[in-house]
Design a protein around this ligand. Structure first.
Ligand code: F58
Length: 833
C-alpha cells in the first residue's frame, strides 16, 4: 500500500539517502557519541567528564528514539485508528537513559561503546538527573502507563505540563526537620524533549461571557496565554512503537505590551509576560490534599484547553464529521485535575463548532472517562464559584446549564429527596459556593474507575453512592493499578532479572509477566535458592554502599532490611512504624547481653517527602530522624538495630531501595490507601510485604498467598465504629495497649528531644487517634514478631516465600492494567508499526 503512494516532496531517492535508521553496531554508536561531543557539546576527549559523556550518549539515543517516534506517528496518521489520550497533571518519569537503552535493546552495545571511549556506563547513567514532574503514586502511575501503552503498541498519548521546577529537593536540617530546596531540573538542557515551537495554542483567561440563544455563548476579552508544545518520546520495550507525552509550557501571548512600552512604561509591559509564564513555573507539592490555589486552577485550565485544542486539530485532520469524535478519541482523566476538559469540550463544540447543545453533550459523554485515586475527603477538589467568575466565566455558565438539566433528572428519579439533590449538585452551597470537580467528572464521563478492588468498592458505596443509584452500577468499574516490570525489575534489579531470564530461558517474561510462574518449579531447588539469595545480598550491599557514601553510616548487609518509603502522611502511618521501632529499642535495651545476641538484627529505613505545608507530617519526619540518632549511637543495640531516614526520596532512590528489601511496610489505616503501587514493586523484587488489609495489598495477598504476606490490623468495616468510639467513648491508651502507652511515655521523657516538640503528635495518638494507631498497635507488634520468627527460624522457608512472591506477581504488570483500559474503557486496538 505504501509503495503505491506518491512521494510527498522532492526527489524520493535523495530524501531516503538522507534518512537515518537506528544505529545498530558499536562503531556506528561510538561515532555518533563522538560526533555529539565534538559538534553539539563543543568539547573533546581532553575535557569531557561523566556528565558530558552522559549528555553525548543521551543525544545519540535521542536520535534513535526520534527515528522510531516519527515512524510511529506517521503510521498513526496514515491508519487513523481510534486513539486514547491520558490527561495527567503529573508524570513522575525519573531518569530516561537506562530505560530507553533497555527498551531499545541497545544497552549492551552502548555500554561497550561508552567503555571504548573511556567511561563506565553505571557512572554515565548516574549523571542524569531525575525528571520529577509528580508527587508520588499518581504521577508514577502515569509514567508506568505510558511505558506500557508503547510496549503494548497502543495509540496513546499523554498530555501534561512542563513545569520549570519539579518536585522540591528535600534536605534534613541538623535538628531533623525537613527543608525544601527548589528543583530547577531544566537548568542542564533536557535531551529527552523535542521543542515544538510551531505547535502553539492560545489560551484565554478572564474577560466576559455572553449567552446567545440555544445555550450558545461567546467568550471574549481577558488575557491570552500561549501554550507551547514539548514532546517527549516514550519507547516501548522490544518494539518500534514509540508514543508521546506532550508537555505544555506557558509563554506570554505577546512578548510585551507595545502600547505601554511606547508610553515609556517598560516595566508594566514586561509585567504581563511574567504573570503568563508563571503558569507552568512549579509543580504543586501536595499529595492527597487539596490546597485551592488560584494559580493551580490556571494550570489546570491552561493544560486542558491546550490539550483539547490539539486533540481537536488532530481529529479534524482526519476529515471526519464532528459526530465521529468519540469513535476516534477517548480521553482518560487522571483524577479530577483535568475535569475542566469536560466544559471546555462543550465550549468548543457548542460555541466554536456550532454543534447543538444536546448533540454536544452526547459527544462529550461518549469521550471521557475518569479515574478516582482517593476517597479521603480532604483530597476532593472544589473550586470557589467566585474564582470561576473571574477566570473562566464561560465555563461557569456551561456548568450551571449542565447542572440545571442534571438536577431536573435527579429530581425526576428521586422525587422529594432534597438532601440527595444537594449532595449530587455540581455546586456545593454550604460555606461559600464551590464547584465539586468529582461530581462534574462523573457527570461528563461514561466510565468511572477506582484503582484497586477495595477502593472501587468504597467509591461505589461511599463518595459516589448517589451517582451509582442514579446511573446504575455499570458505569462504575475497577482497574487495579499496575507497574512496569521493565523499570521495576529489569532496570533496577539487573542481577535478579538475569537470574530469571537464565532460569526461564528467555526475556519473554518482561512482556508477559505471568510467565514468572515458571519460577515455581525451582521453589525448593537448593542451587536456585543460593542464586536467589546471592542476588538479594548483592542488592543490599549496593544500598549499604550508597548509605555509607551519602550518610556516612555503616549498615550490615547481613541484617534484615525493613523499608517504608512513600509520601509522609498521617494515613500512611509512618508514625506506627517509628513507634514500633521505639518499642523494639526499649525491649532490646531491657535484655541481657545473652538475650540480645539472639535478636534478629534489623536495619529500618524510611524515606519520603512531606508536603511543605503539612506540619504534622514534617513533625513525624523529625521524630524519625531523632529517634534514629539516639538508637544508632547507643552501644547497647549496636549491630542489632539501626534506624535511618534517607533524605530526598525519588524514583532513582526507589530503584536502589526496592531491590534491597527483605520486608517492606504498607500499613495505612484500612480503607485509606486507594491502591498503593510501591507494594507491587517490592513484591516483584522478592521482598515480603507487611501490611494492613488495604488497597492493593489485598489483591497481592490473593495472588501470592496469605502465608506469604504479613497482615495485621483492623479491617475497613471496623474503622468507622472505632472512630466513633474514640470520640464518644474513649478508652485510655494504657488500657488498649500498655506497650504503646510505654512508648508514648518514653517519647515524652525527653530522650529524643524536648517533650514539647513531640507533644502535638503524641496528642493526636492519645486523643482522637483518627488513624487508629492505638487500635492497631499490638496487632502490628505481633506481625513484626511473626516476621522475625519467619526470617530467623528457617532461612530456606523465607527464600521460598520470596521466590513465590515474585513468581505470582504477574497480575500487577501495568501491561495488564493498560490493556484493561484499552479493551474495556477506551475501545482502542494495538497498531503495528
Ligand atoms: C495515589 N494518589 C494514591 N495523589 O494515594 C495511591 O493509593 C495510588 O496507588 C496512586 O494514587 C495511584 O493510583 C496520589 O498520589 C496525589 O499525589 C495527588 C497529587 C495532586 C494533588 C492531590 C493528590
Amino acid at each position: 500500500e505504501q509503495g503505491q503512494e506518491k512521494w510527498p516532496k522532492g526527489d524520493e531517492a535523495t530524501w531516503k539517502a538522507g534518512l537515518r535508521g537506528v544505529d545498530s553496531d558499536v562503531p556506528e554508536i561510538t561515532k555518533n557519541i563522538v560526533h555529539h561531543v565534538q559538534t553539539t557539546l563543543a568539547r573533546q576527549a581532553y575535557n569531557i567528564d561523566d556528565m558530558g559523556a552522559y549528555q553525548a550518549t543521551a543525544l545519540a539515543v535521542r536520535e534513535d528514539l526520534i527515528v522510531n517516534w516519527n515512524e510511529t506517528q506517521l503510521t498513526y496518521t496514515k491508519k487513523s485508528p481510534k486513539r486514547a489520550y491520558y490527561l495527567s497533571l503529573e508524570f513522575l518519569m525519573g531518569r530516561t537513559l537506562d530505560n530507553a537503552l533497555l527498551n531499545l535493546g541497545m544497552k549492551d552495545k552502548f555500554s561497550e561503546g561508552v567503555n571504548k571511549l573511556g567511561f563506565n556506563m553505571e557512572d554515565v547513567l548516574h549523571s542524569e538527573r531525575d525528571a520529577a514532574l509528580g508527587n508520588g503514586g499518581l504521577g508514577r502511575l502515569a509514567a508506568c502507563y505510558v511505558d506500557s501503552s508503547a510496549t503494548c503498541e497502543l495509540p496513546v498519548w499523554g498530555y501534561g505540563l512542563r513545569y520549570q521546577y519539579g518536585m522540591f529537593q528535600q534536605l534534613i536540617a541538623p535538628d531533623g526537620s525537613q527543608l525544601e530546596a527548589p528543583d530547577p531540573w531544566l537548568d542542564n538542557s533536557n535531551p529527552w524533549e523535542i521543542p515544538r515551537l510551531d505547535v502553539t495554542v492560545d489560551v484565554r483567561f478572564g474577560g466576559h461571557a455572553e449567552k446567545l440563544e440555544g445555550n450558545r455563548g461567546i467568550w471574549s476579552g481577558g488575557q491570552e496565554v500561549l501554550a507551547i508544545a514539548y514532546d517527549c518520546p516514550i519507547p516501548g520495550s522490544d518494539t518500534k512503537s514509540t508514543n508521546n507525552i506532550r508537555f505544555w509550557s506557558a509563554r506570554p501571548r505577546r512578548g510585551f505590551d507595545l502600547q505601554s512600552f511606547n508610553a515609556g512604561n517598560y516595566e508594566r509591559a514586561v509585567e504581563t509576560s511574567n504573570s503568563a509564564a508563571n503558569i507552568t513555573n512549579v509543580l504543586y507539592p501536595n499529595d492527597n490534599h487539596y490546597a485551592g490555589k488560584t494559580l493551580r486552577l490556571q494550570q489546570q485550565y491552561f493544560w486542558c484547553a491546550a490539550s483539547l485544542s490539539d486533540i481537536m486539530r488532530r481529529f479534524k485532520n482526519t476529515g471526519k464529521d464532528i459526530s465521529e469524535f468519540p469513535n476516534l478519541v477517548a480521553i482518560q482523566l487522571n483524577d479530577t485535575h483535568p475535569t475542566l476538559a469536560i466544559p471546555e469540550l462543550m465550549r468548543i463544540l457548542v460555541d466554536e463548532e456550532d454543534v447543538e447543545w444536546n448533540a454536544a453533550w452526547d459527544i462529550v459523554t461518549r469521550t471521557f472517562s475518569y479515574t478516582n485515586h482517593t476517597v479521603l475527603p480532604e483530597a476532593l477538589e472544589k473550586w470557589p464559584v467566585q474564582i470561576f467568575e473571574q477566570l473562566l466565566p464561560r465555563h461557569l455558565q456551561i456548568i450551571y446549564d449542565l447542572n440545571w438539566t442534571f438536577l431536573q433528572a435527579v429530581a425526576k428519579k428521586f422525587p422529594n429527596d432534597v438532601a440527595k439533590m444537594e449532595r449530587m449538585s455540581l455546586i456545593e452551597e454550604a460555606n461559600g459556593r464551590q464547584i465539586r470537580m468529582a461530581n462534574l467528572a462523573v457527570l461528563g464521563s461514561f466510565k468511572v474507575n477506582g484503582v484497586a478492588e477495595l477502593h472501587s468498592e468504597l467509591v461505589r458505596t461511599t463518595i459516589l453512592k448517589d451517582f451509582v443509584d442514579f446511573y446504575g452500577i455499570s458505569k462504575f468499574a475497577n482497574v487495579t493499578n499496575g507497574i512496569t516490570p521493565r523499570r521495576w525489575l529489569d532496570q533496577c534489579n539487573p542481577s535478579l532479572s538475569a537470574l530469571i531470564t537464565e532460569t526461564l530461558g528467555s526475556r519473554a517474561w518482561l512482556k508477559d509477566l505471568y510467565l514468572l510462574k515458571g519460577l515455581l518449579k525451582y521453589e525448593d531447588d537448593v542451587a536456585f535458592h543460593k542464586k536467589w539469595a546471592a542476588s538479594k545480598a548483592n542488592n543490599k550491599q549496593r544500598l549499604a554502599a550508597y548509605i555509607k557514601s551519602t550518610l556516612g553510616v555503616t549498615v550490615d548487609p547481613r541484617a534484615m532490611f525493613v523499608i517504608q518509603v512513600k509520601r509522609i502522611h498521617e494515613y500512611k502511618r509512618q508514625s506506627l512504624n517509628i513507634l514500633g521501632v521505639i518499642h523494639r529499642y526499649l525491649t532490646i535495651k531491657a535484655m541481657t547481653p545473652e538475650e540480645r545476641a539472639k535478636v534478629n538484627p534489623r536495619v529500618v529505613l524510611f524515606a519520603g517527602k512531606a508536603a511543605p505545608g503539612y506540619w504534622m507530617a514534617k513533625l513525624i519526619i523529625r521524630l524519625i530522624v531523632n529517634v534514629g540518632k539516639v538508637i544508632n549511637s547507643d552501644p547497647d543495640v549496636k549491630g542489632v538495630l539501626t534506624v535511618l531516614f534517607l533524605p530526598d526520596y525519588s524514583v532513582s532512590l526507589a530503584e536502589l531501595l526496592i531491590p534491597a528489601s527483605d520486608i517492606s511496610e504498607h500499613i495505612s489505616t484500612a480503607g485509606t490507601e486507594a491502591s498503593g503501587t510501591s507494594n507491587m514493586k517490592f513484591c516483584l523484587n522478592g521482598g515480603l510485604l507487611l501490611g494492613t488489609v488495604d488497597g492493593a495489598n489485598i489483591e497481592i495477598a490473593e495472588e501470592v498467598g496469605e502465608d506469604n504476606v504479613f497482615f495485621f490490623g483492623h479491617l475497613t468495616p471496623a474503622v468507622e465504629e472505632l472512630r466513633y468510639n474514640h470520640r464518644y467513648n474513649p478508652i485510655p491508651v494504657q488500657e488498649k495497649s500498655p506497650a504503646l502507652a510505654a512508648v508514648l511515655d518514653n517519647v515524652m521523657s525527653g530522650c529524643y528531644g524536648e517533650a514539647s516538640i513531640w507533644e502535638p503528635f503524641i496528642n493526636t495518638v492519645r486523643q482522637g487517634d483518627y488513624y487508629l494507631i492505638s487500635d492497631d498497635f499490638d496487632s502490628y507488634l505481633n506481625a513484626q514478631a511473626m516476621v522475625d520468627e519467619a526470617y530467623t527460624k528457617d532461612p530456606k522457608e523465607w527464600i521460598k516465600k520470596s521466590i513465590n512472591t515474585t513468581a505470582r506477581m504477574g497480575k500487577f504488570s501495568s501491561d495488564r492494567a493498560i490493556m484493561t483500559y484499552a479493551e474495556e474503557i477506551w475501545n482502542i486496538e494495538p497498531v503495528k508499526i
